[in-house]
Design a protein around this ligand. Structure first.
Ligand code: TXA
Ligand code: MG
Length: 329
């Protein structure tokens, strides 16, 4: 049985959070909101508990998890923290930035997918931060979806994927960003690698470190197995449309920033459903939810617009769109 408990995002009830913390402390699984997407949490230091995450998600065991902390003090206890990593954490935490660093031995191999490094972030959500604090331990949490599916941005979607597989869901409403954190490898501070674009713009990170982020070569890519293609995918085929180009044939639903009518080369356009977002940020916020919505409406193919703007969350949005369409990068 999976219990669902409503909780106020800004003023989480100590009663509800302490119940959830007891589940974490006894080795159980609790899904909780962050500012990006919902996470599926277990005590990061309890190997048996962490194994349950992989089973609940159907996640390959070599795909490491993000460890969530609520203080710089906790961060320092879990990894070999260099000065660049510390500066980034101080500047952007709590927030959608995940730092990969050499792991302390205290982190069980299962949590880091057998790697020597660990991914850590401090989520910007009072429910998540209180859960970590009350549990008194860092919480390992991937996105709370079945492996390969679009990440959940509300508790109903978590329930849809995870009912009967986990102990508890904290329902703190829908998440603000809707797209996962930016993951960077800071193990070597002279060469910072962008492993996954996401909620925090690369430009902002570059401003702080005073150099460009490097895009990893194939070897380092293999070190971050979760960044393989065919992730975040809805069950129905996804095609990409660029403004000013012919509209893909056979489309039933559309989502994007511009109405294809008048903006695509070939008319008429035959889709029956459309969602037009008002900004790139709104598009990123609504992408996963829109995939799930169209799926629930039994739509047989989805066309998504390629975003022109790659500043801000635009780069992360492009990345998720390519993966949803099954295009290897
Ligand atoms: O916003 C987010 O990051 C959400 C919320 C819940 O915090 N979490 C999330 O987790 O998206 P997940 O497991 O879906 O994605 C974690 C990503 C994967 O691409 C994984 O391969 C990478 O981080 N990762 C984790 N540990 C790593 C490590 N030690 N080295 C390289 N990549 C790592
Ligand atoms: Mg995920």
């Amino acid at each position: 049985m999976t219990t669902v408990s409503a909780v106020d995002r800004w003023h989480p009830s100590p009663y509800v959070i302490s119940k959830a913390a007891r589940v974490i402390q006894s080795g159980g699984l609790v899904a909780f909101p962050t500012e990006t997407v919902y996470g599926l949490g277990a005590d990061a230091l309890n190997e048996e508990a962490v194994k349950k995450i992989y089973i609940a998600k159907g996640r390959p065991s070599d795909n490491p998890l993000i460890v969530h902390v609520n203080s710089i003090f906790m961060f320092k206890a879990l990894a070999e923290v260099n000065s660049v990593a510390l500066e980034l954490a101080r500047k952007f935490w709590p927030g959608p930035l995940t730092l990969v660093l050499p792991a302390d031995d205290i982190i069980p191999p299962t949590t880091r997918g057998g790697l020597a490094t660990v991914a850590i972030r401090m989520p910007d959500n009072p429910v998540a931060l209180d859960l970590i604090g009350y549990s008194g331990t860092p919480i390992a949490a991937p996105s709370a979806n079945l492996s390969g599916r679009p990440s959940p941005t509300d508790a109903d979607t978590v329930h849809h994927d995870m009912d009967g597989r986990i102990d508890m869901i904290l329902d703190g409403g829908s998440t603000e960003l809707g797209i996962e954190s930016t993951v960077i490898d800071v193990s070597d501070p002279s060469r910072v690698l962008l492993l996954r674009p996401g909620g925090l713009a690369a430009e902002l990170i570059e401003d702080v470190i005073g150099m460009k982020l490097e895009v990893p070569d194939d070897v380092s890519k293999k070190k971050s197995p979760g960044t393989h293609y065919r992730h975040y995918a809805p069950k129905v085929p996804v095609k990409i449309w660029k403004k000013g180009e012919p509209f893909p044939s056979g489309a039933v639903a559309f989502m994007g920033l511009n109405d294809p009518k008048g903006n695509a080369l070939d008319e008429p356009i035959k889709y029956v459903r459309k969602i037009i977002f008002t900004s790139t940020a709104n598009y990123a916020h609504g992408l996963f939810a829109a995939f799930r919505k169209f799926e629930n409406e039994n739509i047989s193919s989805i066309v998504v617009q390629w975003p022109d703007d790659i500043t801000g969350v635009g780069a992360g949005l492009r990345d998720r769109i390519l993966r949803a369409a099954g295009i290897e990068q």
